[in-house]
Ligand binder design. Sequence first.
Ligand SMILES: Cc1cc2nc3c(=O)[nH]c(=O)nc-3n(C[C@H](O)[C@H](O)[C@H](O)COP(=O)(O)OP(=O)(O)OC[C@H]3O[C@@H](n4cnc5c(N)ncnc54)[C@H](O)[C@@H]3O)c2cc1C
Length: 475
Amino acid sequence: MSGVNLEGGDAAIRAPTRDVLDSLRGQLRGALCYPGEPGYDQARTIWNAMIDRHPAAVVRAAGAADVMRTVNVAREHGLLLSIRGGGHNIAGSAVCEGGLMLDLSPMKSVRIDPSTRTARVEPGVTLAEFDREAQAFGLATPLGINSTTGVAGLTLGGGFGWISRKLGLTVDNLLSADVVLAKGAMVHASPEENEDLFWAIRGGGGNFGVVTSFEFRLHPVGPEVLAGLVVHPFANARQLLQGYRRAVASAPDDLTCWVVMRKAPPLPFLPPEVHGKEVVVLAMCWAGDPAKGQGATAPLRALGKPIADVVGPTPFAGWQQAFDPLLTPGRRNYWKSHDFVDLGDAAIDLLVASVGRLPSPECEIFIGHLGGAVNRVPAASTAYPHRDVNFVMNVHTRWGDASQDQACIGWTRELFDRMAPHATGGVYVNFMPEDEAQRVSRGAYGPNYERLSKLKARYDPDNLFRQNQNIAPAR
Ligand SMILES: Cc1cc2nc3c(=O)[nH]c(=O)nc-3n(C[C@H](O)[C@H](O)[C@H](O)COP(=O)(O)OP(=O)(O)OC[C@H]3O[C@@H](n4cnc5c(N)ncnc54)[C@H](O)[C@@H]3O)c2cc1C
């Protein structure tokens, strides 16, 4: 085995030697980049600027053959390996320090088949790129709310957004996948082939192999939906959140409404005196019959006395990008997340109190709205287990200057701890920061962890794919 031992001991992490990497470089259709070479910094720079790691080299894969070669070399030489799709994961697992980084972002093909309403998507595709191709045919599958996110990582963790209550999670719409296993072989995973693996990759993250192609079911959506923001003054936050809770309790599946609490950005439709003041935003999307949208959104839009209501017919692909300007890459980010079945008064009071003490103007608390079709799938049907959850709190703490790290992270942890008694104890794996390894078994996977751990032992017994929210192989 050729490598430089970074840690010592039996579970040693090995850094690749130059001869191993040069040999790999000669076998690739894509590129292998060393530090300082074009493409290296582009690949290792990810959405969360807190992550600044330097792999020994980056493979910028052109196709499945490059993936198989890279996986084989990493396994044969005991190298630390990380996998990058869209580079959005808050924990920064796409980039390893001193090891080999496999960057899939050059793999950009999307093929839509309108006759079967299916899509084949490579793992470097972003949500915006997928929507653009699918919406050309008036089709979509449920994805997330920030269009620069990668389809690959989002799907492997579960995936939800504006049309999930209507159409399920992203994984509920995954029909099959091509997966390169730790032993280097590529297999097809579907309900008919390698069904255990297909179960595991629908929520189990990158623990089981490298997906080189996803096949999704598509649905007619849009091209216009009724969507937009209703912005409220923060003074009425408590009553408003209680009203929100009442209104969404009977909302049809076609209606999704997320809550965002933050300091108001300088949006053109907000009066200047509101800019920089705390606001509560109801962000809603009606994806059903356009004729019924005004009636369906009325209970939410009748709440309180909003500063602005800019809900109206809007292109679906555009609405999928509505939050992009607030979620730009390159800022320091620390997230904490809890799942909820219900938002009780005590939880609402804690949220309101915390928003009064936001540590930076870019911090926000998102309450994602689930239920509907997502919750009609049994928890054991996919590795993603949280089928009773109606609300997901995601604390997006964002700032620019490292001197604010302690204050921002401290505020987030305090809010998280205070909310814990009101939450389910579960967490969406894709919202977990890098310091939450202890939450993977019970929090992220709960009743499905034991099966996942056994499958990990079958498909990746030596834990080659460990640069992730790691599922330990059963012993
Ligand atoms: C601003 C923002 C908004 C978000 N909004 C939503 C949302 O609305 N809904 C939602 O569900 N999620 C959302 N997320 C979370 C998102 O789903 C995760 O961050 C996800 O991991 C991003 O995928 P990626 O490919 O961009 O990430 P990467 O950082 O590239 O990958 C994350 C990890 O996934 C694994 N991985 C990636 N590609 C592959 C592959 N092809 N094969 C095997 N393993 C792979 C690897 O372990 C990798 O380290 C959001 C994230 C951000 C930063």
